[in-house]
Design a binder for this molecule. Structure first.
Ligand code: NAD
Ligand code: ZN
Length: 245
C-alpha cells in the first residue's frame, strides 16, 4: 500500500491525533461486522431485532444468548495488527485519543490507554432500571439475571439501537474531535449517529481527515486522504512510515 509522503509527515508531526474505529477494525480478528449477515441460529434475526430495548423487554433470554455468544467470541479472539498499530501510535504521538464504536474491548487488550467507548463494553453488565449497578459480567450469574440492588433485569452494558450514548463519553469524544489536528476514521460505515458526525466536527475545526476502509462510505467525498485497504495492513504501514523509517 502506498501512503502519500505528505500524510506520513503530517502524522509524524501532529500533536493531536484522534482515531475513530468501527466494527471493520475487529473484522480481521474474526469478529463479524453488523453488515455481515448473521448465520446459523441467528439467520432469522437482524441486529436491530436483537440489539434494542424493545427486544430485551419482549424476550430477554434470546438477547442474553446473542450477547453471551458474542462475548465469548470477543474474549476468544486476539487483537490484530490494526489494533496494535493504534496502540503504537498512542505511544509515539503527543496527544492521542481513540474513540471506538466497538464493544469488544480489543483496543484495550492491544495496549491502547486513552480509549473512549461510545457504545459500551460487552464484558460489562448493568441494571436495566439504571439504579447505578454496573459490573463485570463474571460477577452476575444465571440466564436472565436480576439486579442485586433493585431487582430489575440486568442487561449488557452496551448502547442499543434507539438509545442515548453515555453523555460524558460522547462529550469528551466531541471535544477531542474538535481539537484534533488529524482525524482518522477507520473501519466504520460512517452511518451510525452520532459517531458519524465526529469527523465532520473535526473537519469544521480544521483537522485533516483520513479514512481507512475497504470501500467508500458516505464520509469519503469529504476526506482529505482515503486509504483503501485493510486496517490491519494500512495502519501498521502508516505507523512504520511515520515513526520507524
Ligand atoms: P459497520 O458494520 O456498519 O461497518 C463496518 C465497516 O468496516 C464497513 O464500512 C466495511 O467496509 C469496513 N471494513 C470491514 N472490514 C474492514 C477491514 N478489515 N479494514 C478496514 N475496513 C473494514 O460497523 P460500524 O460502522 O462500526 O457500525 C455498526 C455498529 O455495530 C456500531 O455501533 C458497533 O457498536 C456495532 N458493532 C460492534 C462490533 C464489535 O465490537 N467488534 C461488531 C459488530 C457491530
Ligand atoms: Zn438495579
Amino acid at each position: 500500500m502506498h501512503i502519500p509522503k505528505d500524510l506520513v509527515e503530517l502524522i509524524h508531526s501532529s500533536a493531536r491525533i484522534v482515531a475513530l474505529t468501527g466494527a471493520g477494525i475487529s473484522q480481521e480478528s474474526g469478529l463479524r461486522t453488523f453488515r455481515d449477515k448473521l448465520d446459523g441460529l441467528w439467520a432469522q434475526y437482524k441486529p436491530e431485532d436483537l440489539a434494542t430495548p424493545g427486544a430485551f423487554n419482549r424476550n430477554p433470554g434470546i438477547v442474553w444468548e446473542f450477547y453471551n455468544i458474542r462475548r465469548l467470541k470477543a474474549c476468544e479472539v486476539e487483537p490484530n495488527p490494526g489494533h496494535l498499530a493504534l496502540a503504537e501510535m498512542e505511544k509515539n504521538s503527543e496527544r492521542f485519543v481513540l474513540i471506538t464504536q466497538n464493544v469488544d474491548g480489543l483496543h484495550t487488550r492491544a495496549g491502547s490507554r486513552n480509549v473512549l467507548e461510545l457504545h459500551g463494553n460487552i464484558t460489562r453488565v448493568k441494571c436495566s432500571r439504571n439504579c447505578g449497578i454496573i459490573t463485570e459480567w463474571e460477577e452476575i450469574s444465571g440466564s436472565s439475571p436480576a439486579c442485586p440492588k433493585c431487582g430489575a433485569k440486568i442487561r449488557p452494558d452496551v448502547v442499543w439501537f434507539g438509545e442515548m450514548l453515555p453523555q460524558g463519553i460522547l462529550k469528551s469524544a466531541m471535544q477531542a474531535a474538535r481539537e484534533s489536528d488529524v482525524f482518522l476514521s477507520i473501519g466504520t460505515s460512517a452511518l451510525v449517529q452520532p459517531a458519524a458526525s465526529l469527523p465532520l466536527m473535526a473537519k469544521q475545526n480544521g483537522a485533516v481527515i483520513v479514512e481507512v476502509n475497504l470501500e467508500e462510505t458516505p464520509l469519503t467525498p469529504l476526506v482529505d486522504y482515503f486509504l483503501l485497504g485493510k486496517a490491519g495492513e494500512v495502519l501498521p504501514e502508516l505507523v512504520r512510515a511515520a515513526w520507524f523509517r
